[in-house]
Ligand binder design. Structure first.
Ligand code: ADP
Ligand code: MG
Length: 254
């Protein structure tokens, strides 16, 4: 569906794994300043689509643009520099670093550009100072500042999700893609995560997220896109999706 002010536009995106077409999206637009939920059964292609759009996987076919930048041949760190990022689960290596170092590693200039690239350029010291200030301010906002020197691996499931989101915000994105932010999060932290997502939207950051919990989806989404077998089978406002019997019966199990 065409949107009045799309921040992201994709067409003809295909990704095949052997004989399987995991993603086959004819057309998709994300309206600027909204929270868009991407939903669908396991294996529908949601994570693959995230990887493609954010430059961490390459499609077999397709074009997409972000703020009128063509992204087709860009790598993840280049896409991030333009202001579009996805969250990543903390890898085993990252769990052995402090919370603060996790933040600093996600800073601009550190993402896939190599050690020398991060140092041997004019102004790196000022940049490092700015990165530290931003990391600390995000850790305050996400209530992780008391944990700044703890190993990331010591965080609870919910705190890890908060750290994953805070890391992504180190590049000041205008579009944030979050894959299953509530997975493994205890109920006390779910509200806090939801609050952060709506606050980002209210600050002008567009958010696309993958989620299974219907209450969460209906509660915070401005728009819902339903993916099944790699294709967009329905999209609309929460009320429209909730009353779409075919979607509910087949994909939402409600
Ligand atoms: P979702 O996130 O909606 O659960 P995925 O995008 O992870 O779905 O997967 C979509 C389909 O693509 C699944 O059938 C999955 O097995 C397959 N798939 C995903 N990544 C790969 C890969 N690297 N190699 C082969 N098949 C893959
Ligand atoms: Mg997935």
């Amino acid at each position: 569906v065409a949107k009045p002010d799309p921040i992201l536009k994709a067409s003809g995106i295909k990704r095949r794994f052997g004989g399987l077409t995991a993603v086959n999206v004819d057309h998709l637009e994300v309206q600027r300043g909204t929270i868009t939920a991407l939903i669908g059964p396991n294996g529908a292609g949601k994570s693959t689509l995230f990887n493609l759009l954010s430059g961490f996987d390459q499609p077999d076919e397709g074009q997409w643009s972000f703020n009128d930048h063509q992204l087709r041949r860009l790598r993840g760190h280049q896409v991030a520099r333009l202001g579009m990022v996805r969250t990543f689960q903390l890898t085993k290596a990252l769990t052995r670093l402090s919370v603060l170092d996790n933040m600093l590693l996600a800073a601009p200039g550190q993402t896939g550009e190599g050690f020398l690239g991060a140092f041997w350029r004019p102004g790196w010291k000022a940049q490092e100072k700015a990165n530290l200030a931003q990391a600390e301010s995000l850790l305050e906002r996400f209530k992780l500042i008391a944990k700044r020197d703890d190993m990331a691996g010591s965080l609870s499931g919910g705190q890890r999700k908060l750290l994953e989101m805070a890391r992504a915000l180190m590049v000041n994105p205008s579009l944030l893609m979050v894959d299953e932010p509530m997975a493994g999060v205890n109920p006390a932290l779910v509200q806090s995560l939801l609050g952060h997502i709506t606050a980002l939207r209210d600050d002008g950051v567009s958010v696309v997220f993958v989620e299974h919990d219907m209450d969460v989806i209906m509660g915070i989404s401005d728009w819902i896109v339903v993916l099944a077998q790699g294709q967009v089978i329905a999209e609309g406002r929460p009320a429209d999706i909730r009353s779409n019997k075919q979607v509910v019966d087949a994909y939402l199990g409600a």
